[in-house]
Design a binder for this molecule. Structure first.
Ligand code: TYD
Length: 216
């Protein structure tokens, strides 16, 4: 039986948080975490640092990349591997595909591609790497309009990535597409511009098929 490790990714405004809640209800036995965040260290120290409006914007893509992978190493060792040892599905809200899309494409750190690959090689044993990436894809203008509406309703919950302009988010979207091209069979792109229920139907089907294929 192969270990199951599912990553949910998406551009800003793709409805990822809503779909994640549905997924948690659908897979109550799975071990969930989020990035940036995860272990106590990653949640309290790394997340604060990475999303800080004072420090985040002035750090280079290289600094971001290293910090995201530092938190990630903690999550693999203390969340993913223990979950797999108990035969459980591990599931995360964002993982290394975000670093590829946001740091390499969004922030323009293209010189970091080799660095990204070598960081991945240190992500722990191969059998604990993601078995499936699901990317919720949405046109930038639709996603950004959703974020703007959410901000209006909730006031001030954005981080320094959310508030970058459409060009940044368009590069992030290109980054996800490139990630999907490179990592082919383990990546599924889902069109997230439909209703919550339409997206959920596709997402649930993708997850159920994946779990069935590895558990059979
Ligand atoms: P967060 O507040 O967790 O919300 P959401 O996932 O709903 O956007 O935002 C995390 C931000 O961090 C998000 O804008 C993407 C960014 N990020 C990176 O730039 N690189 C990474 O490797 C990860 C995991 C996240």
């Amino acid at each position: 039986m192969r270990n199951i490790f599912i990553v949910l990714e998406g551009c800003e405004g793709s409805g990822k948080s809503t779909q994640l809640k549905k997924l948690q209800g659908h897979l109550p036995e799975a071990v969930f975490f989020r990035e940036p965040g995860g272990t106590e260290f990653s949640e309290n120290e790394m997340r604060r640092l990475l999303l800080s409006k004072d420090h985040g914007p002035r750090m280079s893509a290289f600094q971001h990349m290293n910090l995201f992978f530092t938190g990630r190493a903690d999550n693999i060792r203390e969340i993913v591997i223990p979950a797999h040892k108990q035969g459980k599905v591990a599931l995360t809200d964002r993982f290394d595909a975000s670093s590829f899309a946001y740091q390499i494409f969004g922030l323009g750190g293209h010189e970091l591609e080799a660095h990204f690959e070598s960081n991945r090689a240190f992500m722990g044993p191969v059998e604990h790497r993601p078995s499936l990436y699901i990317i919720l894809d949405i046109p930038v203008e639709v996603g950004m309009a959703r974020v703007a509406k959410r901000e209006n309703d909730k006031k001030g919950t954005s981080n320094h990535f959310d508030t970058r302009g459409p060009d940044f988010h368009s590069r992030v979207r290109d980054g996800y597409r490139r990630f999907a091209e490179i990592h082919g069979p383990s990546v599924v792109m889902i069109d997230a511009s439909g209703t919550v229920e339409e997206v959920w139907t596709k997402l649930r089907q993708t997850v159920d098929e994946h779990i069935a294929s590895l558990r059979s």
